[in-house]
Design a protein around this ligand. Sequence first.
Ligand code: ZN
Length: 266
Amino acid sequence: MNAGELPPLVLLPLAFALGAAVGSFLNVVIHRVPRQLSVVSPPSHCPACDAPIRWWQNVPIVSWLTLRGRCAACGTRISARYLTVELLTGLLAVALARRYGVSFEFVSGFVFAAGLIALTWIDLDHRLLPDRITLPGIVAGLALAPLRSHGAPLDGLSAAALGVLVGGGSLWLVAWLYERMTGREGMGGGDIKLLAMIGAFLGWQGVLLSLFLGSVVGSVIGVGIMIARGADTRLALPFGPFLAIGALTTLLQGEALIAWYVGTLG
Ligand SMILES: [Zn+2]
């Protein structure tokens, strides 16, 4: 038995623990990167009372639950987002481990998913997709391409490079046309770099499918909010989280979706 064939009873809890631990780090990234702070120092401390957070108060998921979402020193509420991000990262690691086993595809998919989770919450908070995440994301997607591809390494790399061009290029073109026609700035440069990063990990078909799925989900939710709040059509939702939903769906189910689509065409 090689490492790629760990029994699910071992593999899936391990994947969940890894995901939850990385999710805990992502919470630090989400808080600090948009504030231009270092993600490694100083060590975690309560933002309200500055009390350092001890290691046993920093166990993913468990600590938040046992402390009931409060700082152990001063009792200030700790946002449920910390728990949400840890749970979500853990569950995505499990889904990726089920799909890919112990493999470079798992590593690549997990790095990608972690980046998307951090970008999603930063975009929700600040309407910002920091270069500090998207640009290394593009590089990571390209660097991991030869390892995760089943074909020749160079084919994997060229597929990823094409994904960057199609992803970044298609959104750049849409943004350029939108601006020419309306005189208003539509999509930001951050969205373009995010889509280039998605292309680096998913290739050109994957990035187009991600853009399509993200636009559909974004439109449905946008229309839902418009109906709920009245006809405020200028309500600008950040696009990054929807692109992330499209990309994660493509990462986990893209081949099935593309096969289904091609099948319905006959
Ligand atoms: Zn405190």
